[in-house]
Design a protein around this ligand. Structure first.
Ligand code: AMP
Length: 113
């Protein structure tokens, strides 16, 4: 399987503040947080970008979303959090291992910038 920065976190080769793990995914605090709560949920399977996900990944994607909501609630932000997936360098993706940003604890603009 392709190695990414995030597979190194999965494999404990580099440290991270891990808040959740199961057989399909891992969640850890963003190293450069953009909000009081900023957690990344990643699949253990390497999918570089959301657009690369396939039909077989449907249940996995649903699982990631359910876990994102559960983590936000566990962190105390169940009624006010935002999820973001950057797909492509042009919109800010810097790590090419699919991840859902979960952000909470401050005001957010709409539409997003
Ligand atoms: P994106 O720009 O959407 O690809 O998001 C990548 C995120 O990964 C950024 O918010 C980074 O701050 C975060 N990040 C990069 N390296 C690490 C790391 N070692 N531990 C935790 N978060 C990281």
């Amino acid at each position: 399987m392709t190695e990414t920065l995030f597979t190194k976190i999965i494999d404990r080769e580099i440290p991270a503040d891990i808040v959740y793990e199961d057989d399909q995914c891992l969640a850890f605090r963003d190293i450069n947080p953009k909000a009081p709560m900023h957690i990344l949920v990643i699949p253990k399977k390497v999918i570089p970008k959301l657009v690369d996900a396939e039909k077989d990944d449907e249940a996995l994607l649903g699982h990631l979303m359910l876990i994102a909501g559960k983590i936000a609630a566990d962190e105390g932000y169940g009624d006010a959090f935002r999820t973001v997936i950057n797909n492509g360098e042009a919109v800010g993706q810097s790590v090419f291992h699919l991840h859902i940003h979960i952000l909470g604890g401050r005001d957010f603009m709409w539409p997003p910038g």
